[in-house]
Design a protein. Structure first.
Length: 242
């Protein structure tokens, strides 16, 4: 069975899909058979040059130059919380189906990057099910994608508390820069979260002009995305760290 890394975020649009891409590019450079799994994909958006329409898995394949495996369990049309998007289509999200897909991917790959939907506490139904339950059951550690600036202390520590309450192991967190100018609060926020939460920072994924322009990164640009995270990812994957 391959390893599973559950990549979640402190909210919507904090950079978790970009972080998944960076982790995928790192894994490819390490020669790992890697799958990207999106259990619930809600909505689509235009991306790429020329523009095309698709969800996170389509974006991942495009930006990675063809992901080895990009699998979606539930593809829903509405850009909303999974519970509402499913209701609008008369669908029911089954944790058992997601679990079976994840297990199947882990049997045939060295690593599965499982990306959550929205934040860690986003509901899949009105009974309180979340993807954190799948991660906890699989023993899949969570890597939290967080914004570097103002507000991230509360958002990251709250996300961490939710995951721990659900029984999800914690790999660490990473900052995802969404602007060309680094946030002046990033260094202290990184130190504060590490000290208060006692979890490692996997690094800071830099702002990428290529991704912002909707084009796949060149080899040099791809290296710039994953290299700042490489040491922590190596340590995690080899089992030498948390």
């Amino acid at each position: 069975m391959g390893k599973i890394l559950f990549i979640t975020g402190t909210g919507t649009d904090v950079g978790k899909t970009g972080l998944c891409l960076a982790a995928l590019l790192w894994a490819r450079a390490r020669g790992l058979r890697t799958a990207y799994h999106k259990p619930v994909q809600c909505g689509t958006s235009p991306f790429g040059v020329p523009p095309r329409e698709g969800g996170d898995a389509d974006w991942m394949s495009w930006m990675a130059g063809g992901a080895p495996t990009a699998h979606v369990t539930y593809a829903l049309r509405m850009a909303a919380s999974p519970h509402l998007a499913a209701e609008r289509e008369g669908a029911e999200i089954s944790l058992a189906v997601i679990r079976d897909d994840l297990r199947g991917l882990s049997r045939s790959h060295d690593l599965v990057l499982c990306e959550g939907a929205g934040g860690a506490a986003v509901p899949l139904d009105r009974q309180g099910a979340t993807l954190a339950l799948i991660a906890a059951e699989a023993g899949a550690p969570a890597l939290i994608a967080a914004a570097p600036g103002l507000g991230t202390l509360h958002h990251t520590l709250s996300t961490l508390a939710w995951l721990r309450q659900a029984g999800v192991p914690i790999a660490g967190f990473a900052f995802c820069h969404r602007a060309a100018v680094p946030d002046p609060l990033a260094a202290d926020n990184r130190r504060t979260i590490s000290e208060l939460a006692r979890i490692p920072c996997f690094g800071e994924m830099p702002f990428s002009p290529a991704l912002a322009q909707g084009r796949p990164p060149t080899a040099a640009e791809a290296l710039g995305l994953w290299q700042p995270l490489a040491a922590a990812l190596d340590t995690w994957y080899t089992g030498e760290g948390p």
